[in-house]
Design a protein around this ligand. Sequence first.
Ligand SMILES: *Cc1c(COP(=O)(O)O)cnc(C)c1O
Length: 415
Amino acid sequence: MHKPTAGWHADTIAIHGGEAPQDPHGALVAPLYQTSTFVFDSTHQGGQRFAGEEAGYIYSRLGNPTVNQLEQRIAELEGMQAGAAAATGMGAVAATMMAFLQQGDHVVASDAIYGCSFALFDHLFRRFGVEVSFVDMSDLEQTKAAFRDNTQLVFLETPANPHLKLVDIAAVSKLAHHHKARLVVDNTFMTPLLQRPGEFGADLVVHSATKYLNGHGDVVAGLVTGRSEDIELIKFTTLKDMGATMSPHDAWLILRGLKTLPVRMQRHCENALAVVAFLQEMQPAGMISRLYFPGVNQDEQSSHESDLLQTQMKAAGAVIAFDMSDGFRAATRLLDQLSMIKLAVSLGDAESLIQHPASMTHSPLTPEARAAAGIGDGLVRLSVGLEHADDIITDLRQAFTSLKKGAENTALNTD
Ligand SMILES: *Cc1c(COP(=O)(O)O)cnc(C)c1O
């Protein structure tokens, strides 16, 4: 029997949330339903299930007990009515958006979103006659002006990759609802532990579960939560017919990963603050020209940003970006000097991961588009992991030190 979760803290839901498949042996951990199909007792029962007149499973692309438990658990964590699981984060983004769009529709999207979400909207949607306007969503006037009569969906990410710019979810959701459009928020960087977009008016919340939700770097997966009727539509149109559904084994691994999400997020955030303090120390040495992290952004946005950090988020998260003063050469040399911190894209794993957006995640953009998006050749993105903060800082310090020595030697040689 499914326990009521009303009143439970997120820490408890992360462990007990969702209806666990029943095990006749009373196993503590619910069994993994690694099966493609489900056997009917009779042709009558099979017919009833297909007709939707009897509850029960038919085929794993249409539903699976292990996947279902994860869908319920994420919905409970986000405070939404229902959830749907997808094969990847992009599967979740695509299935969510396409469930509500048809030829001739219009979408308003933030100009700072995940690279593949941008590609999906800008290239693929265009081929099917859906137009997308990309706007700076931290500018509400610009956002307001982008709406049209045929705007169906609004899409944003906050903090946004890679500059961690914050967007006011409540303000954008008011604009969206005024135009009878649904607001979709990509909450991957925050997880429901640090930010619940539904509380600020988001209609649908998507995740790359590849990142913090699974947290162990061994799965690619996606999730979406929202109102029951919206989730039904996603499940039984785009997910079912386009087929980007999650494998039961991946769902089982994510259910396991979620149990430690609250303690992991706490450590991720503590470590990130320690690393930010270290990097702020580096700034006077002139090696870092700018640090990007919610709450420490040094521009005219900062007071609004710190308000949002207070109202919309429980903590700043654990992804940090910074610009190396000497551009491409300094950034790539710094990354090549690191030993414990791994040079890899992705984020939210136990391992600290560092990458160079200009040559990696954002390399498909033209240099002009990168410049317009403020992604310089010296930009570095660090996902702070769960190692001891001192060890992360030690690795960074030795890399900065050897970079500095290299620069001094070069200076001596050219003198
Ligand atoms: C990684 C990521 C995605 C895509 O997720 P996949 O699981 O790689 O398909 C979408 N949005 C954000 C913010 C991401 O970081």
